[in-house]
Design a protein around this ligand. Structure first.
Ligand SMILES: [Zn+2]
Length: 91
C-alpha cells in the first residue's frame, strides 16, 4: 500500500530559504493552496521565520492601509516607515 498523505511531514517540508522566498506571495495570497500550506507549516515550526512572517505581515498591512489613505497614529508605524525608508533609500 502506498503511504497516506494525511500526515505530510518531511517529504513536503520546505527550508527557511524557500519559506522566506515565498513569504511575500504567501501574504498576498498568491501561492497555490499547496505551497501556502507548506509555507504555513514551516513558519509554525520555525521561530525565526515566524518572526519574519509577523514583521512582513505588519509591513504589508501598513502599506495597504496607507495606500487606502488611512492614517494610523501608531509609534510602530513610524518606526517601520523609518526602517522601510532606510532600506529602500526612498525619501
Ligand atoms: Zn525557517
Amino acid at each position: 500500500m502506498s503511504p497516506d498523505t494525511t500526515g505530510a511531514q518531511s517529504a513536503d517540508a520546505i527550508d527557511c530559504e524557500a519559506a522566506l522566498t515565498q513569504l511575500g506571495d504567501y501574504l498576498k495570497h498568491e501561492l497555490t493552496p499547496d505551497l501556502a500550506a507548506r509555507v504555513r507549516a514551516h513558519v509554525e515550526a520555525c521561530a525565526p521565520c515566524f518572526h519574519e512572517l509577523r514583521f512582513a505581515e505588519r509591513l504589508l498591512a501598513l502599506l495597504q492601509s496607507s495606500a487606502a489613505g488611512i492614517r494610523c497614529p501608531d509609534p510602530l508605524r513610524t518606526r517601520i516607515a523609518e526602517a522601510l525608508r532606510a532600506e529602500t533609500g526612498d525619501r
